[in-house]
Design a protein around this ligand. Sequence first.
Ligand code: LMR
Length: 336
Amino acid sequence: MRRAFLLLIATVVWAGSAIAEPPAAGDPIVIKFSHVAAPQAHKSKGAERFKALAEQYTGGRVRIELYPNSQLYKDKEELEALQLGAVEMLAPSLSKFGPLGIKAFEVFDIPFLFRDTTELARITEGPIGKDILGQLEAKGIVGLGYWNNGFKILSANTPLKQPDDLLGLKVRIQSSRVIEDQMTALGALPQVLAFSEAYQALSSGVVDGTENPPANFYNQKMFEVQRYATMTNHGFLGYALIVNRDFWNGLPADIRAAIERAVREATPYANAEAAKENDEAMAEMLKTGKTAFHTPSPDELATWKAALMPVRARMAERVGADLVRRIEAELAGPAP
Ligand code: LMR
């Protein structure tokens, strides 16, 4: 299946390059930027801001083409398409890099490791975040930066007041071993499904529950097919902005600098939109009354934390015990 898919992409890329005329002098360099979020989602807004800045700073020598909503590729396929050069740019969730053979990104999935986005920024905007992105080079990818979504809530069609309430429930997850271990620790049966398939799986009962920040829960209409949700905020969802390494290295240095500047300047906007949209999504979903949202009491939250603490110890081995220690030390230190 995977081999057939790779062959298909390789053929399309080969056929494309065989037919396509070489870009005429003066033609813009095209960057196809594919992602899985809805056109109205904050990731799309960040991508639009990035496009405007990149086109402005390169004086029109670069054209960014945006392909949201999995219209080109779903989760796993898009990473393969990037490696093969069928698209030039992506913004996948940090939870989706494990299948590429890079486990460090899954550190962001460790439950209750980060309290808020200020703590996250100390990692994503510092040397630790840079080192993690640097690991992509060996896979033919260059990491340009990180964008936030937010903290995740847990949902199902039965109330989730305590960890035991997940016992035996089938839960849709992203392709992260840390998230898989987290769901297993709660007694649930994790099932990896592409983002574009999550709503259908929930509405048809293929899975019983899921986790995601409110903005995704709202944009994908998951709230229409999930009667209960608990504001555990147990884990973070964020993205890495990545490009095909060979394409990137082939760009003139001034174009690379202009694109890096566009990413740098679009990032605070994308993160502010994410925070705003998560708040607005919560307000909208509360208004509809379709999902009953439960905010855990301090005692209930302590129970969730206790149930998920072993995941940190177990998964530190997978993502790198040194990396987890470095993050803990950075977060324990004085604020910059
Ligand atoms: C998911 O698959 O749940 C998310 O990573 C989707 C996204 O890009 O926000």
